[in-house]
Ligand binder design. Structure first.
Ligand SMILES: [Zn+2]
Length: 147
């Protein structure tokens, strides 16, 4: 057994709580970087940038289309957006049909349909595969490959 020093090392044995914390942090980071946000000094969970809905600059929140209670979609990047608090709680959560139309327009009909399909067919989450997916997405964004 190889000694693993870093918490971010792939293939590490983790409890469900540790996995969720790890994948939440990674997914939030990918969503924020994809939106062009910058991380606050000293707080890895605080990001500043333009809201993906209204384009205004501000502190951004990691926002889900299908609630993060649906664990199969909690770390799906098509299900996640970077919104300011006002747009997150005052718009996305208050105007679900407008939010759905906005998501559909961003994703296009095919990816939106795939997302809806996943929503109706929840399954077990493979944490390791999810981590690999998020790390690849992060790498692509950091290297400027776009999506
Ligand atoms: Zn906004």
């Amino acid at each position: 057994m190889i000694a693993v020093g870093r918490a971010g090392e792939p293939g590490m044995k983790r409890s469900v709580t540790e996995w969720k914390r790890r994948l939440d942090g990674l997914c939030r980071e990918v969503v924020m970087r994809r939106a062009g946000a910058s991380r606050a000094d000293g707080n890895p969970e605080q990001w500043y940038g333009a809201c993906e809905h209204c384009q205004k600059q501000g502190w951004l929140q990691w926002c889900h289309f299908a609630s993060r209670r649906f664990s199969a979609l909690r770390w799906n990047l098509d299900n996640c957006f970077a919104l300011r608090a006002g747009c997150h709680y005052g718009w996305a959560h208050q105007q679900p049909s407008e939010f759905a139309a906005w998501v559909e327009e961003r994703l296009g009909p095919k990816r939106y349909a795939a997302l809806r399909m996943r929503l109706k067919t929840p399954g077990k989450v493979d944490y390791g595969a999810t981590e690999a997916y998020l790390l690849l997405a992060k790498q692509r964004i950091v290297n400027g490959g776009g999506d």
